[in-house]
Structures are given as structure tokens and as C-alpha cells.
Design a protein around this ligand. Structure first.
Ligand code: NAG
Ligand code: NAG
Ligand code: NAG
Length: 296
């Protein structure tokens, strides 16, 4: 009886210690970011609270917790600008391990954004830090709203310039809404350049034929809000013709489903990336459908 109580107490202590370690790391990262990067001072503390919440709530799927990778002890978000026409502003995560060395990412993830948003959206939502904490490098680009970006070729070139300038070889590209104008031409013309594609109800899916979709081998996550009646439904119908796709519908979320339900969005994203990473490691084995829970 007494021994049992002791065991139980030890269990509880262990539980709280784990939680405390996570909390401590999150707080440390928050303080460091706040002190070290004047550029993000105007930003609210919210992004880190989000990550904290995610870190503290249990129930993450086995796929996320069983994968082994060294944890970064220091994650910073650096901003930069590439010269050129037009100049490109971006944010990227820098992860440092316990030995103080910059870490090699498992995969690089490039995040585009919708019409009303910027790369800051992903920082505020906690997505950049979250990705980095799982061993990925996140790079978020501000898309220019310029007159010179009229053609598919212009927009494709812009993304290629971004990837080439930063030495990003085979990223996973996340593309919500308006950014489909940039991402879909790249997918169609240079699909071998993309390790994965995450379509969040992008515009412009109607512009491509069944044959074009069938020819793309890039593993794709189609994620959309259940309340996104127009673009969500339409892009799903078109993108479902991609041979290697997985569908995640987020209940109770509208068009910007990542804003409405960040936890669900992040979880779907992490599962997709973790599967991609496993495939990459098992030397280009047969691509398999991921997430069996496909919904119609
Ligand atoms: C965290 O990283 C930043 C920037 O890379 C560096 O200036 C800082 O010294 C690091 N802090 C720790 C505790 O490693
Ligand atoms: C956009 O494409 C047009 C036609 O190909 C070209 O003349 C123009 O220089 C391009 N603009 C940029 C910014 O690449
Ligand atoms: C794309 O979706 C639209 C609207 O649902 C549909 O009219 C069109 O035929 C679809 N195109 C392809 C190639 O599936």
C-alpha cells in the first residue's frame, strides 16, 4: 500500500518534471528570442504561448513522439532579404544543438502565405518554432504583390530564385490560398524540385488538366477547413487527381484553417512531414499513401 503510493508519487513527479522541462525550454527560447532579435520585438508573445500549449497538451500521435532526432536547445528566427527584382524578404529558423552547433535539418519547409497575410503570420502562429522544434528548418517568404509578377514563369522564377539563393534543394512547400498562383506553376513545371507539397485551399487549381495532375509524383497533403465551401471544395476536387495525396479536412475551420484550428493543422502537418522523412530515410522506397483516414 505504502509502496504503491510511493510509486504513484514518483509517477506524478516524473510527469511534472517532464512538463517542467518542456515549459522551461519554451520559456528559455521565448526569452532568448525576445532579447536577441530586436526585429521581432514588436511581435506579440502569442506564438510561443501557442507552441507552449501544444507542447503541454498530451495526446500527440505515436508518429510524432516515437521518431528519434536530436532536440535543438536554441531556436531563433532570423529575418533576411535577398537582393534582386523584386527583393525578397524572408524569415528562417536557426536551430542549435546542445554542443552549440548549427543543426542539419531533417527536411526544409518553405511556407508561402495568403492574400491578407505575410511570413509573420507563420511566426505569430508558432508554426516556424514548432517546425524547428521537430528538427525541420522553416523558411517563410513574403510574396511580392507586384505588377511584374504577371506570368506563371515570373512567379515560378521567383520561387526558384528564393530556393537557389538559400541553397534549398528539395523542400516541402506549404501553399495557402492566393499563394497557389506561385506554387502550382512550380509544382507543374518543376515537381522534382519539391520533396512534398502542402496545399491549403490554394487558388488556381482549375487551370490544370487531369493529365497534368496525373503526371506529378510529389507527395501532397491536401488540408482544408470543413467550412471552406468554395476554394476548399474546388481545390480538393482538382488536387485529388494527384497520384500521391492525402486529405485532411479540419472540422469547424474556415478558409484560413490554420488560423482557426492551429493545433489540428500543425498536427496534420507534422504527421505528413514525419512520414516524408521516414520515406527519405528508407532510401526512396515505394511511396505509400499516408494517413489512412482520408475523408471524402
Ligand atoms: C542562441 O542562439 C543565438 C543566435 O544564434 C545566440 O546568439 C545565443 O548565444 C544562443 N544562446 C544559447 C543559450 O545558446
Ligand atoms: C516577367 O516576365 C516577362 C515576360 O516573360 C519579363 O519580360 C519580365 O522581365 C518578367 N519580370 C520579372 C520581374 O521577372
Ligand atoms: C477542377 O474543379 C472545377 C470545379 O469543381 C471543375 O469544374 C474542373 O473540371 C476541375 N478540373 C479538373 C482538371 O479536375
Amino acid at each position: 500500500m505504502k509502496a504503491e503510493q510511493k510509486l504513484c508519487r514518483a509517477g506524478i513527479m516524473h510527469f511534472f518534471r517532464n512538463r517542467l522541462v518542456v515549459l522551461g525550454l519554451v520559456l528559455l527560447a521565448t526569452v532568448l528570442l525576445y532579447l536577441l532579435l530586436p526585429a521581432i520585438r514588436q511581435g506579440s508573445m502569442e506564438p510561443f504561448l501557442n507552441v507552449q500549449r501544444m507542447g503541454l497538451t498530451g495526446g500527440s500521435p505515436a508518429a510524432l513522439t516515437t521518431s528519434r532526432f536530436p532536440k535543438p536547445v536554441n531556436i531563433t528566427i532570423r529575418t533576411g532579404q535577398l537582393a534582386g527584382d523584386p527583393p525578397l524578404f524572408f524569415r528562417e529558423t536557426i536551430s542549435v544543438d546542445a554542443a552549440g552547433k548549427m543543426m542539419q535539418p531533417r527536411l526544409q519547409v518553405v511556407l508561402l502565405h495568403g492574400q491578407a497575410f505575410t511570413s509573420k503570420t507563420w511566426e505569430d502562429l508558432g508554426t516556424l518554432t514548432l517546425l524547428a522544434s521537430h528538427g525541420y528548418q522553416a523558411l517563410a517568404l513574403d510574396l511580392p504583390d507586384s505588377e511584374s509578377m504577371k506570368t506563371d514563369q515570373n512567379r515560378t522564377n521567383l520561387l526558384l530564385r528564393f530556393l537557389d539563393s538559400l541553397g534549398v534543394q528539395a523542400p516541402v512547400l506549404i501553399s495557402p490560398s492566393m499563394s497557389g498562383r506561385f506554387s502550382l506553376p512550380l509544382l507543374m513545371l518543376h515537381s522534382s524540385r519539391l520533396r512534398g507539397f502542402v496545399a491549403v485551399a490554394p487558388v488556381g487549381t482549375k487551370l490544370y488538366s487531369e493529365q497534368q495532375y496525373h503526371s506529378i509524383q510529389t507527395p501532397t497533403l491536401i488540408v482544408f477547413g470543413a467550412l471552406d465551401g468554395s476554394l476548399g471544395t474546388q481545390s480538393l476536387k482538382n488536387l485529388s487527381q494527384l497520384p500521391h495525396h492525402t486529405v485532411v479536412r479540419i472540422d469547424g475551420a474556415k478558409h484560413a484553417c490554420y488560423m482557426d484550428k492551429p493545433r489540428e493543422f500543425h498536427q496534420a502537418l507534422l504527421i505528413f512531414l514525419s512520414e516524408l522523412n521516414r520515406e527519405t530515410l528508407s532510401h526512396h522506397g515505394r511511396k505509400k499513401e499516408i494517413l489512412s483516414e482520408e475523408k471524402k
